[in-house]
Write a protein that binds this ligand. Sequence first.
Ligand code: OGA
Ligand code: NI
Length: 348
Amino acid sequence: MAETQQETVFKSVLELANNNEVPEKYIYAQGSINTSPPLLAVPQVDLSLLTSPDRQQELNKLQSGLKSCGCIQVINHGIEDSFLDKVREISKQFFALPTEEKLKYARTVNQIEGYGNDKVLTDNQRLDWSDRLYLNVFPEDIRKLQFWPQKPECFREVFEKYIKDMKLLSESLLKSMAASLSVEENCFLDQCGEHGNMIARFNFYPLCPRPDVVLGVKQHADSSAITILLQDKEVEGLQVLKDDQWFRVPVVPYGLLINVGDQVEIMSNGIFKSPVHRVLTNAERERNTLAIFIMPDVAVGIGPVEKLINEERPRAYKDIKNYVELFFQSYQQGKRPIEAAKISQELH
Ligand code: OGA
Ligand code: NI
């Protein structure tokens, strides 16, 4: 087959999986991945109670989850189970399309938006065992519809409804998060700005013959304010680092997993924790997830909320204009990006 321009950009992980190939670039040191650590007790927070007058107990649960492991499962969120199944289905159907069809939406060499996977930046980089579809969703004027699949046919309709639901859910959660710390309800939401971005990343983890040495996504923390993850309904894979130990995140079939991103850790002056996490691979079952990243408007700038700075908890982070830029600079140097936002000890 003649090579098209896109095919020179990347090879899909699915193609590697189909050939039972695990190139060296995907392999971590032998024995370095614990595939079955203990299960993490992620609190389940009932959204319908969070928005009711008698919400204190639910606010406490939310606060304690975001402080201790950096994540919660939201249940009773008002989004129908059957609709969440449809969202999962459009993702599965997209990744199951023939390669030529998917390549119509392929990212270009220097961009991340579109269908693709890890960019190879250095020789010794380890690559993630996953294919992705990355779409800028809000504000609407930054949408690049050429990357929005036209197959399956209902893709756009289902996705448009889902992102509307996600916008409302994120606003409601950011308010509850502030309320749980007894600060002004809009103080996190306002820092995201009216023109904050929403990014969607459909993740597809093909079968992998070596789950003991290959990762679906290497360890990282999210650069977002918060992330809303629709996990696979049946297949586990996500792990979270807590007190220097890895834990498995349980599957809650119709729950939505919310995790704190670096930018809410900064806004909360470190009270809420942006958890380091990674994704394992699986030799028997494929896995699909959809991550929605709520990203503050870079024109607004973020920083710790004044009321959360006091003598016991001095200001721990600088005010920052464009966190995402800082994030990628540090990430490429192999550092934990949020470190660059911290006020160094000597200044105290
Ligand atoms: C991510 C991520 C987890 C998962 O996309 O940033 O951490 O389980 N995904 O797919
Ligand atoms: Ni992540």
